[in-house]
Design a protein around this ligand. Structure first.
Ligand SMILES: [Zn+2]
Length: 311
């Protein structure tokens, strides 16, 4: 769609590409820019052979500017935007387009956003701004309204899994769960953590939910591979998945007439407990201590719910 707009010379001067972390926004923006700057793009892709493509491959094309966080700033500053704005007023080296990619645009400071607004209102000839944002709700509406929005949704899990297998990621299913379905993030996480160990934690967690696996033991095993936030997020996800997968009936064989079956009620209470601890998220507490507390509470819920059902 974007390449068609380009060949019809109807390219918008600003695009806002929105999608979750690790879905591939930056790769998409790079590829789009390379195709737009290539002298003979074929089938919407850069030819990869012309001198301009060579510059892009080397990351030195003078008509493409990238804005990133400097070090670990966690914001895009007004100075960065001012410098970019100046560059955009220069004439292009190869023409007709001069492109700027602003990564993590949702982290622009207020002053940075105001400064960018001027460029968005009066873009130079051939300027194409590509803003990338995990969540565009953090961007001022004045910026959003001046950009054409392109949404990059999460791919279908089967497609993401196939890609992860091609990338030789071990335990691709766990990696994808861990990255909330975003394939690039999943690959990255696969390099950071021991996915095999997490798969093992998952087995024990499901045992814990259904049988009588010791909370302290589960907390200890989990805290050797995961931090508090990651562990609680995965517990939450696995419980949700478990609720979907399991057919519920009461231990007496009769289905409950008052509200949801007891087992389901216990599991949704467990979900609430995980959400609650995620909100608290006290970084000064040790992961093992936090998990042990949460899991012990959930075990009590399970024991009580089952005892009530049998009565
Ligand atoms: Zn080319």
């Amino acid at each position: 769609m974007l390449m068609r707009a380009a060949s019809a010379e109807r390219l918008h001067h600003a695009y806002l590409i929105v999608g979750p972390t690790g879905v591939g926004k930056r790769d998409f923006a790079e590829r789009l820019s390379h195709a737009l700057l290539c002298s003979e793009p074929a089938e919407n892709a850069p030819c990869g052979k012309c001198p301009r493509c060579a510059l892009n491959t080397a990351g030195t094309h003078p008509d493409l500017t990238r804005l990133e966080w400097i070090d670990k700033a966690r914001v895009i500053s007004v100075d960065q935007i001012r410098k970019l704005t100046e560059q955009l007023t220069l004439t292009t080296t190869y023409g007709p387009n001069r492109i700027a990619i602003i990564n993590k645009a949702h982290t622009m400071t207020r002053a940075a956003a105001n400064s960018l607004l001027k460029t968005l209102e009066e873009p130079g000839k051939g300027c194409v701004l590509i803003l990338l944002a995990d969540n565009d709700a953090h961007l001022p509406v004045t910026i959003r309204s001046r950009c054409q929005r392109v949404v990059l949704p999460l791919p279908d899990p089967s497609v993401a899994l196939e890609w992860l297998r091609e990338q030789k990621v071990s335990n691709p299913e766990i990696a994808l769960e861990f990255a909330h379905g975003a394939p690039l993030r999943a690959k990255e996480r696969g390099e950071e953590v021991d996915l095999g160990a997490i798969a093992e934690v998952k087995n024990r967690f499901i045992e814990f939910l259904t049988l009588d696996f010791e909370p302290a033991e589960l907390a200890a095993t989990t805290s050797t591979v995961l931090g508090t936030r990651d562990a609680l997020t995965l517990f939450l996800q696995w419980t949700t998945e478990h609720i979907k997968n399991v057919e519920f009936s009461s231990p007496t064989g009769r289905s409950s007439t008052n509200g949801p079956p007891a087992e389901r009620q216990y599991l949704s209470r467990a979900l609430e407990r995980f959400q609650y601890s995620l909100r608290l998220d006290n970084p000064s507490l040790k992961t093992q201590t936090v998990l042990e507390g949460v899991l012990a509470d959930i075990r009590i819920m399970r024991v009580r719910t089952r005892a009530e059902t049998i009565q």
